[in-house]
Design a protein around this ligand. Structure first.
Ligand code: ATP
Ligand code: LTN
Length: 334
């Protein structure tokens, strides 16, 4: 608890351009939750280097992501929006937690299996211990709730296991966090292969809608989206392409899938795809406008970065000192 409010922590990697999946599955929920909780929203640049990055590009992307958090509606005066690499407690706690995490547990992580298959030339130790750094992120702030998409739930489970293991040895040090899945949009699929999640690292640009795509590009990508030959707008696992488009439309308009089926009964996929495209354009337009506005205000963003890193550091250090004391590191002399 901070000032009587429960704590929320979440983060995104500064790799690639954000997609509609990131927005509907994560960012949009963050905005709706930000009044109720004391929130920490991190740009997890330390996680990004588990895959080789170009330095200039990483710096640029991290800044763009932080700006996007604000543009999506997170007020940096109320929410702690900051870079992971500006708060050294993340890496320090991750080291400690590494010593309370088993190889067998990490071996079961599907993201590690997927990413190491994809980057077979660089299966580094950081990629393997990625979930431990994620656990450190969450536990440092004693987070009660962690909004993420379905793909990150396994990492949240291991975070809870590590925290419970630590608490069972040293007493109640960490709050045990709960994952939070949004009701709609928790798993947006690729527009080109609806059995795969929409991902910012997909090589095919037509598979994803990027948050900064212009309206024409968005409409074109939906027009090309893979569906089926049923010619019927139905919310069923047998029509994964159509189901995904219904999910997107539902998340953008607030309508229910059954109502969407009725809305398009007897109509072709052409009309349906156009409506989905338009709903996405109207959701993204205000975010894009605000990005343009904020990008001109360098000193405001700089000031927020500094102020929020100090705030995050304060809470992180508080937990870290407690952990260091519990495990037997010598106390600092004041
Ligand atoms: P990468 O392709 O680089 O692994 P990603 O697109 O999966 O990236 P992350 O940075 O791993 O994105 O995820 C940021 C947040 O967005 C997480 O909370 C994740 O659960 C959510 N998310 C990512 N992809 C989707 C998706 N297709 N649908 C819903 N939520 C998603
Ligand atoms: N692993 C997450 C990003 C992430 C995160 C976190 C999410 C890093 N640390 C802490 C929630 C809480 C991802 O790939 N989306």
């Amino acid at each position: 608890m901070i000032d009587g409010k429960k704590v929320l922590f979440s983060g995104m990697q500064a790799t690639g351009n954000l997609t509609l999946g990131n927005y509907l599955g994560a960012l949009k929920n963050w905005v709706t939750m930000s009044d109720e909780y004391e929130c920490f929203y991190c740009v997890v640049d330390e996680h990004s280097i588990t895959i080789r990055q170009d330095p200039a590009e990483l710096r640029k992307r991290a800044r763009a992501l932080l700006t996007l958090y604000i543009a999506a509606g997170l007020d940096p005066e109320k929410n702690c929006i900051y870079y992971q690499s500006h708060v050294s407690g993340h890496a320090e706690l991750a080291w400690i937690l590494n010593c309370y995490t088993y190889m067998g547990e990490l071996n079961r992580m599907t993201q590690f299996k997927d990413k190491s298959a994809k980057h077979a030339d660089n299966i580094n130790a950081g990629l393997f211990t990625y979930p431990v750094l994620m656990a450190a992120d969450i536990l440092l702030y004693q987070a009660d709730v962690v909004p993420v998409g379905i793909d990150q739930m396994q990492h949240l489970e291991i975070t809870r296991d590590i925290a419970q293991r630590f608490n069972s040895i040293y007493g109640d040090v960490f709050t045990i966090p709960e994952g939070y899945l949004g009701k709609v949009g928790a798993k947006i699929m690729s527009l080109q292969d609806p059995t795969k999640k929409m991902s910012k690292s997909d090589e095919n640009p037509n598979a994803s809608i990027y948050l900064m795509d212009d309206p024409d590009t968005i409409m074109r990508k939906f027009k090309r989206a893979v569906t089926d030959s049923e010619a019927c707008v139905r919310y069923t696992d047998e029509q994964p392409g159509v189901k995904n488009l219904i999910d997107i439309y539902a998340a953008c308009t607030g309508k229910l899938p059954t109502d969407i089926e009725h809305e398009f009964s007897g109509k072709g996929y052409g009309d349906f795809k156009e409506a989905v495209g338009e709903s996405v354009v109207s959701v993204l337009k205000p975010v894009q406008d605000r990005v343009a506005q904020l990008s001109n205000d360098k000193s405001y963003i700089d000031q927020m970065i500094k102020k929020n890193a100090e705030k995050a550091d304060y809470y992180a250090t508080k937990t870290l000192r407690k952990v260091q004391h519990k495990i037997g590191f010598p106390d600092r002399i004041r």
